[in-house]
Design a protein around this ligand. Structure first.
Ligand code: TRP
Length: 446
């Protein structure tokens, strides 16, 4: 994307598609379902939904607003607005930590994107057809145990992301999202219906929606908040960048509602598709990051034409992962382009190469480097934890505090087109509910 000439989205629809393309990704299907399983189900889901509504919505709108008002890249937008409002240049840190976070997230994101690619091929070659649960678990174990295979798929995924960003064909991909997203929803619905008839659907429902009080631990609450940030692509400056290409006529609150509803529905559908299969096959819901790669092939393996459904599903998942990955590489590339002599293509290659290298450390965590480095976490878990649970919430907190307390109240209300009770509600949300929510989760969990 152009950085200083300040191009604009061609329409409100393109903007919403781009934001949804960034938001909907592995986070909704892979990460959401494995965390629900890992964190004991409904308590996680409930806190997650609360965080989306009370924290995610105000922060999403705040990030867009900073971009639209600043009309620059995330770091400069913050610096400019801070200067205009007589506040400290230190606000730039919010933008800088975004670039760092995007770099760290993409390194492990690409490893999982690689799993999705690998499963696309396995579906095509019929590896799962007619296999029992144990065999399918074994196939996943074999993939994890092979550094060479993981490296191959991680490399292919990262090369695809590099190619798309270097040649600037994001636009085309974003148009494709218009078709692929509904297709993904349809496939998830098919899987949910399959689960209703062949899985333990009732058990899955109560697992996901009937919380037990003892399950609300600090760890679960923090994980749920981290997931809310991760799934909405918050706290990385990405939404600030998207906001900077946005025309004044687009209503931020309405657009945020659309993106959030789509994102949340896809995550919940994924859960409703996966857990009936987990319980029907006696699998362990807290199996970890491999959850969807074990459960879904079991379902596909036992359906008629399941290989075809599996193929389409993993292909769609890979596309969703690619559109999100692009949104993670873009800020790192822009940063290099601006702060180094590199032009776009070399900057993309350098950034991708560095991310790819860190990704190798992440993928080795599943086999050769299967040891803990810090706080009982291996490198993969550490990258995931530091970004989602710490960096994203802190950066997002910075954005909403900036909009709530630094920008003038009148200008924000004008920007949102709010007055009277609605304006008061927004102010309470941006000044108090969202920031206090994030801080409370931190206090509760440490
Ligand atoms: N939201 C994406 C997902 O759910 C991942 C992602 C893309 C992301 N861009 C981001 C996460 C920026 C945090 C910040 O898969």
């Amino acid at each position: 994307m152009a950085k200083s000439s300040h191009a604009q989205w061609s329409s409100r629809m393109t903007f919403i598609l781009a934001a949804t393309g960034s938001a909907v990704g592995l986070g909704n299907i892979w990460r959401f379902s494995y965390l629900v399983g890992d964190s004991g189900g409904a308590a996680f889901v409930l806190v997650y939904l609360l965080c989306i509504a009370l924290v995610g919505l105000p922060i999403l709108v705040s990030e867009w607003m900073i971009g639209r008002r600043g009309q620059k890249n995330p770091i400069n937008s913050l610096a400019e607005l801070a200067r205009k409002n007589g506040s400290s240049q230190a606000w730039m840190i919010v933008g800088v930590s975004g670039v760092l976070g995007a770099f760290l997230i993409l390194s492990f994101y690409s490893v999982i994107g690689g799993w999705s690619l690998s499963y696309t091929l396995s579906s095509l070659t019929g590896d799962f057809s007619g296999q029992d649960a144990a065999t399918i678990e074994g196939l996943f174990g074999a993939l994890l145990g092979s550094p060479g295979m993981l490296l191959l798929w991680h490399t292919i995924f990262m090369a695809l992301v590099l190619g798309i960003v270097a040649f600037g064909v994001n636009q085309g991909l974003e148009k494709a999202v218009r078709l692929l997203m509904p297709a993904l929803v349809v496939l998830l619905v098919i899987l949910v219906v399959y689960g209703m008839f062949s899985g333990h659907f009732g058990e899955a429902l109560s697992f996901m929606f009937a919380p037990d009080l003892s399950a609300f631990t600090g760890g679960v609450v923090l994980a749920a908040m981290g997931q809310a940030f991760f799934t909405l692509s918050l706290g990385m400056g990405i939404m600030i960048a998207y906001g900077s290409y946005l025309g004044q006529e687009v209503k931020l609150l309405g657009a945020a509602r659309t993106v959030i509803i789509l994102d949340t529905v896809i995550a919940l559908l994924a859960g409703l598709a996966i857990f009936p299969i987990v319980f029907a096959n006696g699998l362990d819901p807290s199996e970890g990051p491999g959850l969807i790669f074990v459960t879904l092939p079991i379902a596909f393996g036992s359906m008629t034409a399941g290989w075809l459904l599996g193929l389409i599903f993993f292909l769609l998942l890979t596309f969703a992962a690619l559109t999100s990955a692009i949104s993670l590489l873009e800020p790192v590339v822009e940063f290099l382009e601006e702060r180094s002599p590199l032009t776009r293509v070399p900057a993309t290659v350098v950034a991708s190469f560095a991310i790819w290298g860190l990704g190798i450390a992440a993928l080795l965590s599943f086999n050769l480097w299967d040891f803990t480095v810090l706080f009982g976490l291996n490198i993969f878990d550490l990258l995931d934890t530091v970004t989602a649970k710490i960096l994203l919430p802190l950066t997002g907190l910075g954005a909403v505090v900036f909009v709530g307390w630094v920008l003038s109240r009148e200008s924000v209300e004008k920007e949102l087109g709010l007055s009277g009770g609605a304006a008061t509600a927004w102010n309470i949300a941006a000044r108090f509910i969202a920031p206090i929510g994030v801080v409370l989760v931190f206090i509760f969990s440490f």
